[in-house]
Each structure stands twice: as structure tokens, then as C-alpha cells.
Design a protein around this ligand. Structure first.
Ligand code: ADP
Ligand code: MG
Length: 393
């Protein structure tokens, strides 16, 4: 069983780093978002799945006030004194760990601890290694110190760690997917009300992520522009509509169509993307419920076109990979994921169709761009799990 393998991996990593057994091991998955591009920070809907790549954290309490963390992934050990936890900002990957400890317990932790981090999620590839690290650390700390925290609070504190301690402006999707994801299910998530529903998927569904390995300069500044353009859209619709609009999720497709004329470009196009994308996510969720993968796939292609033409966050490399997906017979859908201007494409296929698309990318991407792509294939998996020592064997 995958869970046992992960726990063993954590145990072995801990033994290698600290020469003893851990008292608790937790594993949290990465995620990909089937549809819902740039809707999360507009407080809309997303449809992620947790994937079978994980960050594993194993830990043990110490008798003194030190927190010692070894990342096997980065081959680095960092030591932090409990009393200086708040001073650890802007000091690399340890922020994610200390941010979670601080969001869970502040400085009231009774003692320090030893943690080891391992796993198989590529860092910074858009598969959310950061949230999975946060959840695996959070679940381990919860078990080590018997903290009374339910999963919802855990997810939400990990989100606080990433937004306030690390300082990354992100929606709640990553932490929720790493917590509430389920094997063979997608997670339909309302980023405003923080409610979620799991939707059963067919067992032979496979997810392919193609990392284009490009990152264009524009990414950071364009992201900020999009955030402020959406905000301008909210202000405009507030003037135009008779009900309150606190985010673009409050504007229906019909309201957009009636009032869009008077909104300046490019704000109108940005709003159109977000408003129609929210609708697409809702329709895709319904399609998955009725096992209509073809419709879900077509919505993913439409999502990509909208991200390319209206939200203008794609790039030639992403478009090229999505075009190949379109041309691959039997492949259901594909779109760019993440912030844009590079990064990855997700494609949806059944297990028997997986290889034909992989072959196309392997054959053509390097020839076209001179860059080697990274191709990850995965299945869905469960959200965060943790095991205390008595069960670690
Ligand atoms: P993503 O979440 O898409 O992988 P981010 O930039 O949000 O990309 O998060 C990646 C960062 O998370 C890394 O640069 C590192 O600081 C931290 N991180 C994730 N996994 C690990 C790990 N196994 N060991 C140490 N740091 C990690
Ligand atoms: Mg991240």
C-alpha cells in the first residue's frame, strides 16, 4: 500500500538523519488543478485533484528548545531556537516549516523537535510542493504535541503560514487539496465560502503534467497587473449592478453580457475570463458527476483558450503543448496551469491513451524549442495522513 511505503520512507530518512526512530510520520500529496485558472484569488471555484506524489515528514520531540530540520531533498540541515522562531522570515525553505509551527502554536511549544523532510514532488514545478510540505509538517507537529486541531483548522493555519509568514499571496486551493484530496476523486472547492465536495472519478483516469521548463520574464509583474485589473472590474460592476459585488464571483455570465460594453479594455477581457471560467468549473464538476469526461476535457480546452486570449497569461511553449494534446486522438483535455508565462500544462487521459501523448511531447518539444521538458504522469491520491510510532513498523 502506498501509505505504508510513504511511512517507511519517512522512517528511513529519519533514521539516516538522526540515528534513531521517529515518533510520528506524516505524508501530504501535491496537486494539480483540472480547471479554474486564476479563479482562486478572485474567490471563485477550482477543481483540483491530489496526486500520488508526496512530501513526507518524520519527527520526534527533543528535550531542549531547539528545532532541528533536515531536508533530505535539499541535503541541508537547519537549526532554530524556539525563542527566535519569529525571526526566521526571509531565510529560505525553513520559513515553510517554522511558519507552520508558528501558525499552530506560536511560541508556546513545550519543547523543540527534530524533523526530516523527504518526498518526490519536484520543487517549484507547480505541483504544490510548498503546501504539501506545510501539511506534512503540520500533521506531524499536531501528533507530536497532541494538539487539538481538526483538518480544516490545520489546512487554514498552513495557509496562514504561507501567506503571512512566507509571504506568498495565494488562495486556499493548495492547502485544501493537500488536506481533503481523495483517491479517485476530484475536489470541487469554493474558495470564498471554503466549502468543498469530492467527486468520484473513473479509476483509469490518468493525469499528465508537462513542465515546459520555461519561465518568461513577465510572470511576476503580469500577475500583479491581473490582480489589479480584476479589482478594477469589481469596482466597475459594483457601480453597474444593483447588488453588492465583493469579488468577480458575484457577477453572473448573464450580468457580464448585459453590462460589459461599458468596461474599458483590457479589464473587460480579464473579467470575462474569470466570470466564464467560474461557470466552466461548475459545469465541469457536474460533467464529472455524470462521468462525462469528454465534456470536462472540452471545458479544459476552452479554459486554455480563455487564459490565452482573454487573460493573456499563456506563452508559445504552453500553447504548442496544448495544441498537440488537441491533435492527440483520445486525449480528453488539456490546459496551462499555474500563474502562466511558462510553467506546466495538464492533460487528462485514460490509462491506455497516456503514452501516445507522452511520445508526441518527447519527440517534438525539444526539436521545437531546444529545451528538454519534464513529463510527470500521476494518479489521484488521498490527502494528508499521519501515523504515530506504535503503528510504524
Ligand atoms: P510549488 O509549491 O509549486 O512546488 P513553491 O515555490 O510554492 O512551488 O514552493 C517551493 C518551495 O517550497 C521550495 O523552494 C522550498 O523552499 C519549499 N519546499 C518544498 N518541498 C521541500 C522539501 N522537500 N525540502 C525543503 N524545502 C521544500
Ligand atoms: Mg506552492
Amino acid at each position: 500500500m502506498i501509505e505504508n511505503q510513504l511511512i517507511m520512507k519517512g522512517k528511513e530518512a529519519f533514521q539516516a538523519a538522526f540515528d534513531d526512530d521517529p515518533k510520528c510520520v506524516s505524508a501530504a500529496p501535491g496537486r494539480v488543478n483540472l480547471i479554474g485558472g486564476h479563479t482562486d484569488y478572485n474567490r471563485g471555484y477550482v477543481l483540483p485533484v491530489a496526486i500520488d506524489r508526496h512530501t513526507v515528514v518524520a519527527g520526534r520531540r527533543r528535550t531542549d528548545q531547539e528545532i532541528v530540520v533536515h531536508s533530505q531533498t535539499l541535503a541541508e540541515t537547519i537549526r532554530v531556537d524556539l525563542s527566535t522562531v519569529e525571526q526566521q522570515q526571509n531565510t529560505s525553505w525553513i520559513e515553510y516549516v517554522i511558519g507552520v509551527v508558528s501558525a499552530l502554536v506560536g511560541e508556546t511549544l513545550p519543547s523543540g523537535m527534530e524533523l526530516v523532510i523527504t518526498g518526490d514532488i519536484p520543487l517549484g514545478a507547480g505541483l504544490s510542493s510548498s503546501a504539501s510540505l506545510e501539511l506534512a509538517v503540520g500533521a506531524t507537529v499536531r501528533d507530536l504535541f497532541d494538539l487539538q486541531l481538526d483538518d480544516r483548522s490545520l489546512a487554514s493555519r498552513c495557509w496562514t503560514a504561507e501567506t503571512e509568514f512566507v509571504g506568498v499571496e495565494c488562495g486556499i486551493m493548495d492547502q485544501y487539496a493537500a488536506t481533503f484530496g481523495e483517491e479517485n476523486h476530484a475536489l470541487f472547492l469554493d474558495c470564498h465560502n471554503k466549502t468543498h465536495e469530492t467527486i468520484k472519478l473513473t479509476d483509469d483516469l490518468r493525469i499528465i503534467v508537462v513542465d515546459t521548463n520555461v519561465k518568461h520574464e513577465l510572470a511576476a509583474s503580469a500577475y500583479n497587473d491581473r490582480v489589479s485589473e480584476c479589482q478594477e472590474g469589481v469596482e466597475e460592476f459594483n457601480k453597474l449592478l444593483s447588488h453588492e459585488v465583493s469579488s468577480l464571483r458575484d457577477v453572473s455570465v448573464e450580468e457580464f453580457e448585459s453590462y460589459a460594453e461599458s468596461i474599458r479594455q483590457p479589464v473587460r477581457d480579464r473579467c470575462e475570463h474569470v466570470i466564464r471560467e467560474n461557470r466552466r468549473v461548475q459545469v465541469a464538476a457536474q460533467a464529472l458527476k455524470s462521468n462525462d469526461l469528454e465534456q470536462c476535457g472540452n471545458l479544459m480546452f476552452s479554459s486554455h483558450e480563455s487564459l490565452r486570449d482573454l487573460y493573456e497569461v499563456s506563452c508559445p511553449e504552453l500553447d504548442m503543448v496544448v495544441d498537440w494534446a488537441h491533435e492527440t486522438e483520445g486525449l480528453m483535455g488539456a490546459r496551462m496551469i499555474g500563474g502562466g508565462f511558462g510553467g506546466s500544462v495538464i492533460a487528462l487521459a485514460t490509462s491506455d491513451m497516456l503514452n501516445s501523448f507522452k511520445k508526441v511531447v518527447e519527440k517534438s518539444y525539444f526539436t521545437e524549442t531546444g529545451i528538454e521538458p519534464e513529463i510527470y504522469t500521476s494518479q489521484t491520491s488521498d490527502g494528508v495522513t499521519s501515523i504515530k510510532y506504535k503503528d510504524i513498523r
